[in-house]
Structure formats: structure tokens, C-alpha cells
Design a protein around this ligand. Structure first.
Ligand SMILES: Cc1ncc(C[n+]2csc(CCOP(=O)(O)OP(=O)(O)O)c2C)c(N)n1
Length: 273
């Protein structure tokens, strides 16, 4: 499923000649020009596809590889000069996730930030989209972890975490379970959308800014608790975060609420020139 509004808008404006949706049950007409619904699993589809499709002439692949190369350079150079923020936190968190683990992502900004970075092929990634709700991400990750011997890691926003904190109230959370909370002091996603920011009404009713911390919840539910608010400490703490312990662990990463949106908007603008 494509989460990025930018990619959706792009493909709606520059419509593909054909859109095949491969799924045993449902087809979404996301770009308003669905050509065909193949009611099979992706593996079955591509096996067959390989047999009937021959490589064509053209520069499509080279063109897009060159675009990707330019994009990667700009991504790197922007991050080199970026101060500590949500974006910067993801830059360090994602490569720290252990090979062969299972990564759960909450909705809102988390799933969107993760799409800006390369993922590790050995790490299975899940996001319970539900109806794009902020509820249930923690419960889903814990439920999944309970029946698996693999290490499960949840990356979540602060509101999603506090909203679903009741999920921590059970006796079965494995000791190797890890939660990474990106605490940007509210619903950071609303700052990224166009509109009037930094008014009392915006802060209260849209962003719902707050000063809560996960510390007491961690204590109450028997989690190890680590808190960081700058880059070097984050890097240092991540280096031992996934190692074995007698309790599951939470790391709460505080990021600058009113800077995160500027940095992300700057990141996208950086690709425009
Ligand atoms: C059940 C539910 N309630 C409210 C919303 C509206 N909503 C969408 S994103 C969001 C803020 C999420 O904030 P947080 O989890 O801290 O993530 P951030 O965007 O800051 O990374 C809210 C309240 C929703 N999607 N689902």
C-alpha cells in the first residue's frame, strides 16, 4: 500500500498507461486508472510474468537509476548538515535495528519517515494501518511478539504510544521486545501540513501539544527505560539497546517540536533544484 501522499499525487497527475493490482482479494483504484485486477499472490504473478514478458529496448531503467543516484546524494548531503530532529533520529535508528528482527511501525509520521530510508531486506516490516488510526499499533506489535522467538521492535510516535498504552498491561511481553518512542511533544504530522501553525488553537486542537513522558508507564509496566534528547547519546544508547536483558526496554527520544517540520519541509525542498 502506498502511504506517501506525494507519490499518490504524482501518479494521479502523470497516470500510468496501465495499472495492474495484484492481490488475491481486493484491488484499490488508487490512481483512478486501474486496468486489471490479478486475483493471485505476488509470487505467483511474478513467476508467470517472467515467463511471458521479454526485456524490451529503452532507457527507462537507466533514467530512473540516475534519478535515484542524484536523490541519494542529496539525501546524504542534507542529513550531514541537519540538526537533531525526527528526521535525524530515524537516520540513526533504522540502521541500528538488528538483522532478522521484526519491525513494527506506528501510523502518522513514523511510517512516512521510514519510507525515506533504505530498509534491511532481512527485517520484516509491519504497520497496522487499520483506518490510518493511531490506536492499536502497540497492541499489534506486542501480540505479534508474543507468539514469535524473533526480536520485535516497535517505533512509535508519542501520541500513538500514550493512546495505546493499555497494550502494555499484560503478562506476556517477551524480554527482547523493544519500543522506540519519538516524542516530539504532540502530533508532529499536523505541523507538516500547510496551514497556520503556532497559534493557541492549532497547538491545542490540532497538534495537541503536551509535556508527557513515558517514564512512569515504563516503570509501572516493568520496562527498562532510557531517555535521550540529542544525537550522540542516541547513537551511544542504541549500540546496547537490543542486547539481552531481564526486561523489555523502552527508549524515549525527545526531539524539538517546532523544528521537526521545518527540517522535513527543507528535506523535500532540497530535491526541487
Ligand atoms: C484513533 C485515532 N484518533 C485520532 C487520529 C488523528 N491523528 C492522526 S495522526 C495523529 C497524531 C499522531 O501523533 P504521534 O503518534 O505523536 O505521531 P507524530 O505524527 O508526532 O510522529 C492523530 C491524533 C487517528 N488517526 N486515529
Amino acid at each position: 500500500m502506498v502511504v506517501s501522499k506525494k507519490i499518490k499525487a504524482y501518479l494521479r497527475t502523470y497516470q500510468p498507461k496501465a495499472h495492474f493490482h495484484v492481490n488475491p482479494k481486493k484491488a484499490f483504484d488508487t490512481y483512478f486508472n486501474l486496468t486489471k485486477h490479478y486475483k493471485v499472490r505476488a509470487n505467483t504473478f511474478f513467476k508467470k510474468y517472467k515467463e511471458v514478458i521479454a526485456a524490451g529496448e529503452g532507457n527507462y531503467r537507466d533514467h530512473w537509476l540516475a534519478v535515484k543516484g542524484r536523490r541519494t546524494l542529496k539525501h546524504r548531503s542534507y542529513l550531514e548538515t541537519t540538526p537533531f530532529s525526527d528526521l535525524k533520529a530515524f537516520q540513526h535508528i533504522l540502521p541500528s535495528v538488528p538483522e532478522e528482527s521484526v519491525l513494527h511501525l506506528s501510523n502518522s509520521s513514523t511510517i512516512r519517515y521510514v519510507q525515506l530510508f533504505n530498509d534491511k531486506p532481512s527485517v520484516d516490516q509491519y504497520c497496522n494501518r487499520g483506518t490510518s488510526g493511531i490506536d492499536g499499533s502497540t497492541a499489534t506489535a506486542i501480540g505479534h511478539a508474543v507468539q514469535s522467538s524473533k526480536q520485535h521492535i516497535l517505533i512509535t510516535g508519542d501520541l500513538s504510544f500514550f493512546y495505546d498504552s493499555n497494550a502494555l498491561w499484560n503478562n506476556y511481553i517477551p524480554n527482547n521486545f523493544r519500543i522506540i518512542i519519538i516524542n516530539n511533544g504532540g502530533g508532529g504530522i499536523f505541523r507538516i501540513l500547510p496551514g497556520n501553525k503556532n497559534t493557541d488553537d492549532f497547538d491545542t486542537y490540532f497538534e495537541t501539544k503536551h509535556q508527557l513522558s513515558a517514564k512512569q508507564l515504563a516503570l509501572m509496566y516493568g520496562f527498562d527505560y532510557i531517555v535521550v534528547s540529542e544525537e550522540n547519546t542516541l547513537i551511544e544508547q542504541l549500540s546496547s539497546f537490543y542486547s539481552e536483558g531481564n526486561q523489555p526496554k523502552i527508549i524515549e527520544v525527545f526531539t524539538p517540536r517546532t523544528l521537526n517540520d521545518e527540517i522535513l519541509i527543507g528535506y523535500f525542498n532540497n530535491f526541487n533544484d
